[in-house]
Ligand binder design. Structure first.
Ligand SMILES: [Zn+2]
Length: 498
């Protein structure tokens, strides 16, 4: 790849709240030197003119679902549980080719909006095939991003996961919701192991993780087996933990303890483990995560969108939990914009209470969206612009209205930038976005493919869409009733719909 000397830009130092003029030498996709303007560079280094830009490390999306990108704007009023009732409207009947397209669409959006690495809990439920995972991985490669692909594995259905829900359905809906081709934990873990054994992609670009998707959707055997499998292969673990109040109440009904205590007792929590959401965590839960070096991906936009509540990110940081920031899927966040996710993380922190000394600072949020996300994904050479790290660099245009004027770079990166200021994006030294355009993606061709796929899936999934309102009525009222249950709710500091 050769040598590149980036001159003329200003590098945001989040912690110091400044952006000094800085040059960067990149050799073979890795940052070799960071220094003052004009520092000597090798004669054969190619000049990259960064004049008029302000730089930050590529953002790391701590939690998304590449499978959801055809579902943006699908519904305006739905909870997490109602999302499940309509989940089949667009997700079923996806061929390997469509799964590639789905992931590629999201990856192109992310990189155009300054995100260079994604932690993608992709198609699973109950599991994904190796061929599908390799195709999805190629989508990220082709879009020029890095990713962890952790297929959502499960061996219980949504209707089995919420205690009493299946029994509450009328017989007509029970017939539809009944599992007819159950895959037990051995089959689910076997498919995951096959993918780990047969992974062909460059793991510095796209690697696998293991995601027992929601603990309520997994038998103890699957959770224990997931932890064992991930640690045997040295890959990361991820699960949606305590996202909704319905889940929090269900855990006490099933296990007499919190979801976090349950999975900790089963050995899932470690430094390689990431909680998605963590809205309904108490102090003991957070201590369990912190003591074992685990991470939480704080997905404030999704939490507001689904009315799940507001995670207490300040308390997580106080207790020592590693914090990442995520968008969540386009079917419950509607876009893949990490700048918006950072801004939401800031705003929801403020509305938790009037004590402004407990609000998240913008340097804390930048750290979470870069260094914190890097730790969660297990990619050790991303998230920082320093010698030895990959040259994953975002160049924001100082001629964008977002940066007129430059007041305080950290605040503006979190509170003003919305992705429209992204001028160039470099991943491993490759220029993936140049002058605001993806260098490899034909957007016209992509739009045509996406529209055709959408039309095809709408037709194939029409029966599921037709029955969704009947499920919505039952599931909505059942879960509202369940979430009114007072089970130990005083232990949670969260804001919520009670
Ligand atoms: Zn999710």
């Amino acid at each position: 790849m050769g040598k590149t000397i980036i001159r003329g830009g200003r590098l945001i130092d989040g912690a110091a709240r400044k952006a000094d003029p800085t040059d960067i030498l990149v050799i073979d996709g890795v940052i070799a030197e960071v220094g003052p303007p004009g520092f000597p560079a090798p004669d054969d280094a190619v000049l990259f003119d960064a004049a008029g830009t302000i730089l930050h490390p590529g953002l790391v999306n701590g939690h998304t679902h590449g499978m959801g990108n055809l579902c943006k704007g699908q519904s305006d009023r739905f909870t997490l549980e109602l999302l499940w009732t309509g989940a089949h409207e667009m997700l079923d009947h996806q061929t390997t080719e469509l799964k590639y397209l789905n992931a590629y669409l999201g990856a192109v959006e992310m990189v155009l909006k300054g995100c260079t690495t994604a932690y993608d809990l992709t198609f699973g439920v109950p599991f994904a095939t190796t061929d599908d995972l390799i195709a999805i991985g190629r989508a990220y490669e082709d879009a020029g991003m890095r990713a962890v692909l952790a297929p959502m594995i499960a061996d219980l259905s949504f209707y089995e996961a919420i205690p009493g829900l299946f029994d509450a359905l009328p017989p007509r809906l029970q017939q539809i919701a009944a599992v007819t081709d159950r895959k037990g934990p051995e089959a689910v873990l076997g498919a995951m192991k096959h993918a780990l054994d047969n992974w062909t992609l460059d793991t510095e670009r796209v690697r696998l993780g293991v995601a027992p998707t929601i603990p309520l959707h997994c038998t103890d055997e699957l959770i224990v087996g997931s932890a064992r499998l991930a640690r045997d292969y040295g890959v990361v673990l991820h699960s949606h933990v305590a996202e909704s109040k319905t889940q929090a109440v269900s855990a006490f009904k099933l296990w007499g303890k919190t979801i976090t205590a349950h999975i900790d007792d089963l050995g899932l929590i470690g430094p390689d483990f990431t909680v998605a959401h963590g809205v309904w965590l108490d102090d003991d839960d957070m201590r369990r995560l912190a003591d074992k070096g685990a991470s939480v991906s704080h997905n404030a936009g999704s939490n507001m969108r689904l009315g799940s509540g507001i995670a207490d990110a300040r308390r997580m940081l106080e207790l020592g939990v590693n914090l990442a920031i995520g968008t969540d899927s386009a079917n419950c966040a509607d876009n893949q914009n990490m700048y918006e996710a950072m801004r939401y993380a800031s705003m929801v922190s403020n509305v938790r209470g009037p004590d402004y000394t407990r609000w998240l600072t913008t340097p804390e949020i930048i750290k979470a969206a870069t260094v914190g996300g890097a730790y969660a994904t297990g990619f050790s050479k991303i998230g920082t612009i320093a010698p030895g790290f990959n040259a994953d660099i975002v160049f924001l245009d100082l001629k964008s209205v977002n940066w007129m004027p430059v007041n305080e770079p950290s605040n503006q990166m979190v509170l003003t930038e919305d992705g429209t200021g992204v001028k160039h994006v470099m991943v491993g030294g490759d220029l993936v976005v140049k002058d605001g355009r993806h260098t490899r993606c034909d957007m016209d061709a992509l739009a045509a493919k996406v529209e055709a796929a959408h039309a095809r899936l709408a037709e194939l999934n029409a029966p599921a869409k037709a029955i969704a309102p009947a499920f919505e009525a039952c599931v909505g009222s059942f879960c509202m009733g369940l979430s009114r249950h007072p089970y130990h709710i005083e232990r949670y500091a969260t804001f919520s719909c009670t």
